[in-house]
Design a protein around this ligand. Structure first.
Ligand SMILES: *Cc1c(COP(=O)(O)O)cnc(C)c1O
Length: 369
């Protein structure tokens, strides 16, 4: 039997799958052998059972309350990750149309979304930050958005580069489609601005296996009739995300995370306050040692979720990572495509973890400067 206990837990800065709120893990453990009222584990019961249907309905209602959604929106629980949404969005919203979809490319994930859309219909890149290595967002004057575009696609937080839209983009009329995989539920949104929001759960909202799609119901009318069944948003909406067997455990865990956000954190306004405090702790260190730590993001575009930086002396990076790990600070290695470091400080990362990392970084810089 495993003997590791809660005391063996490190501060986990992994980009995803990522840290979960400890009270959620404890609740899962408590209920694992028997979901209250069901007489069996969540892993064992039918998705058609009344106990599971209640779990899924509650998860949906909690997300709707947290995000301020009304019945103009549908919330879907799908599989295939955010990567399948890169295809499902254009298949449902672009196929057969003449007006292009406009893509704003602020980093690696937006680029991958674009590649899938290009297979489905006319696409226009209205911004690509490649020339400055995706270190900043477009200034409003750099974006020329067409009100009659089929939709405008953004990535609200580029997980690999660590840059994040600070406000909800105003498209001037076209539906805004947002890949929010790595900052979903990190702050309140101006929901009026959005047509579709999609997010895989395993960064900021739960375990791998479920992807949330929030979609304006009027957009469901665009779904072509002849799609393979799973790829049709309309099928999933009409079946209330039971068109096929949903990822029951992942939906259950996501629902517990949403409950934690509502009842323990106190909603997304509160979560945003906490997230700002946490991120500031790390960016203060980057700013205090600007010749030692080189932050990737332009300061005004810095992410609340993924803090990216390199060491000015790259030969110290291995030592940085091993000494951090020795202090229980894990998962800090940056994505292989950009190198350096990345501290992912999602909603569930406690302030104590961020404080420990900030202390370590100050001490490491002082020792090597
Ligand atoms: C992780 C991530 C994805 C890919 O998610 P999968 O679930 O692996 O398909 C897409 N977009 C963003 C912004 C991400 O952070």
């Amino acid at each position: 039997m495993a003997t590791d206990t809660v005391q063996s837990r490190v501060f986990n800065f992994s980009a995803g799958p990522a840290v979960m709120p400890l009270p959620v893990l404890e609740r899962i453990r408590e209920e694992m052998l028997c979901l209250p009222g069901a007489g069996a584990s969540i892993l064992e019961i039918s998705h058609r059972s009344k106990e599971y249907i209640a779990v899924q309905q509650q998860a949906k209602q909690r997300l709707m309350r947290l995000l301020g959604l009304d019945d103009r929106f549908e919330v879907l629980f799908l599989q295939g990750g955010a990567r399948l949404q890169f295809s499902m969005v254009p298949i449902n919203l672009l196929r057969g149309r003449t007006q292009p979809a406009q893509y704003v490319i602020t980093g690696s994930w937006g680029k991958k979304a674009l590649e899938e859309a290009q297979k489905e219909g006319p696409v226009e890149v209205v911004y690509d930050g490649k020339s400055h290595n995706y270190s900043r967002l477009p200034d409003p004057s750099e974006l020329s958005l067409a009100a009659d575009a089929s939709y405008v696609h953004i990535t609200s937080n580029e997980t690999i580069q660590g840059i994040q839209f600070q406000t909800d983009l105003d498209t001037g009329g076209a539906p805004l489609v947002c890949d929010a995989s790595s900052d979903f539920l990190c702050r309140p949104l101006d929901i009026e601005r959005y047509g579709v929001i999609y997010a895989c759960a395993q960064k900021n909202a739960g375990p791998a296996g479920v992807t949330v799609v929030v979609i304006r119901k009027e957009l469901l009318e665009r779904t072509p009739d002849n799609l393979p069944g799973y790829l049709s948003y309309r099928n999933h909406a009409e079946a209330d995300s039971m068109w096929n067997t949903p990822p029951t455990f992942a939906v259950y865990a996501l629902g517990l995370v949403a409950q934690w956000l509502e009842e323990t954190v106190g909603g997304l306004d509160k979560m945003l306050e906490v997230n700002k405090r946490k991120a500031a702790r790390l960016y203060e260190v980057l700013d205090a040692y600007p010749t030692f730590y080189l932050g990737h993001a332009r300061p005004e575009d810095r992410s609340l979720m993924n803090v990216t930086f390199r060491l000015a002396q790259p030969e110290l990076e291995a030592e940085f990572l091993s000494q951090a790990a020795a202090q229980g600070l894990s998962g800090l290695k940056g994505h292989r495509s950009v190198g350096g470091m990345r501290a992912s400080i999602y909603n569930a990362m406690p302030i104590e973890g961020v404080a420990a990392l900030a202390d370590f970084m100050r001490e490491f810089a002082a020792r090597h400067a």
